[in-house]
Design a protein around this ligand. Structure first.
Ligand SMILES: Cc1ncc(COP(=O)(O)O)c(C=O)c1O
Length: 335
């Protein structure tokens, strides 16, 4: 088994997360398609940090490292409705640190997008929205500039990359791989929405380090397939090295499907809206408009392609994000 115990860590979440059957949905789809696998959901939307989500696992290790370095302020960045920003704000509150957020206006939207959903929660959680910056800004550079300013004021900032996606953060998903590998269900596939790449990189690094036969399919929410494979593979290699499994990951272990991005990052698609309504109405589970909604649309499309066997166990990794629904009310308006 892969050991993650030697890394600095700050407890933030509820683990292991549940692995639940999606029996209603499986039965519904089996009445329509010939090759429907048994569907499960891994409830990383219930990780327990300010409405939960995949950043809790990453932040346990990132904040652990920040504490080890005696930081007193966390800086991070994301899109306006970033779930990562909201969870970092919550983690900072728990760790007794300040939190400064840089939000990138990747698309100009309405009042609700700009101020409701995750943005409202950022404020309640005590974070400061230090800057709202136009799309295309070098956000990493702006975070470094802010860190320099804070250091000059005598503060000790710790900069967390967008999505918490570096090898330290990805160790959180190595742990998720260990949970999946230890579960009584023989998991054939894990499917999830992939963005800044840390979730898929950690899963792939962890599974390959354990020589697991479980395959991971990332449904891209922002860039085309080869670019996303490059991002995930590069980070998975570095994560594998960090956990002492150098060389375990091959490019062939990184599977990405970019057919569900639609008009781009955060731009609603009909497939996303249909997937959210379907899962909510049959399973009582809330997906999100930017990641898990498109991820689930990708799962449904892949089932329709006949890529899975009826005998297989397919796990949808629910990475959270339902707070973002409130920033997208207009997309769900019934005509
Ligand atoms: C709800 C949700 N799901 C999935 C992802 C994608 O995970 P990753 O950025 O690790 O690829 C994110 C990232 O921001 C997210 O907020």
């Amino acid at each position: 088994m892969v050991q993650t115990a030697r890394f600095a860590r700050f407890a933030l979440g509820h683990f292991p997360t549940a692995l639940e059957p999606m029996d209603n949905l499986t039965a519904h789809l089996r009445s329509r398609h010939p090759h429907v696998p048994r569907l499960w959901v891994k409830r990383d939307d219930c990780t327990g940090l300010a409405t939960g989500g995949n950043k809790t696992r990453k932040l346990e290790f990132l904040v652990g490292e920040a504490i080890r370095q005696q930081a007193d302020v966390l800086i991070t960045q994301g899109a306006t409705q970033s779930n990562h920003a909201r969870q970092t704000a919550a983690a900072a509150a728990r760790a007794g640190m300040e939190c400064k957020l840089l939000l990138e206006q990747r698309q100009v939207r309405d009042e609700e997008y700009e101020f409701s959903g995750n943005v409202l929660l950022d404020d309640l959680l005590g974070a400061e929205i230090a800057e709202r910056l136009p799309a295309g800004t070098d956000m990493q550079d702006r975070m470094e500039q802010l860190a320099d300013t804070l250091r000059a004021q005598g503060k000790r900032p710790y900069v967390i990359p967008g999505g918490g996606s570096n090898p330290v953060g990805a160790v959180g998903y190595v742990e998720c791989a260990v949970e999946l590998e230890s579960s009584p269900v023989a998991v054939d596939w894990v499917v999830h929405g992939t963005g800044s790449a840390g979730t898929q990189a950690g899963l792939v690094a962890g599974l390959q380090a354990m020589r697991s036969p479980t395959r991971v399919l990332g449904v891209s929410v922002r860039q085309e397939e080869q670019a996303q494979i490059d991002s995930v593979f590069g980070l998975a290699e570095r994560t594998a090295k960090l956990i002492g499994a150098d060389g375990a990951v091959g490019r062939e272990h990184v599977l990405v499907d970019d057919r569900w991005v639609g008009g781009g990052y955060g731009v609603p698609t009909q497939e996303m809206i249909d997937a959210i309504r379907l899962v909510a109405s049959l399973e009582g589970i809330l997906l999100d408009p930017v990641y898990s909604g498109k991820g689930f649309a990708g799962l449904l499309g892949t089932i329709a392609d006949g890529r899975f066997a009826a005998s297989e166990n397919v796990v949808f990794l629910h990475t959270g994000g339902s707070a973002g629904l409130f920033g997208y009310r207009g997309a769900f308006a019934r005509s």
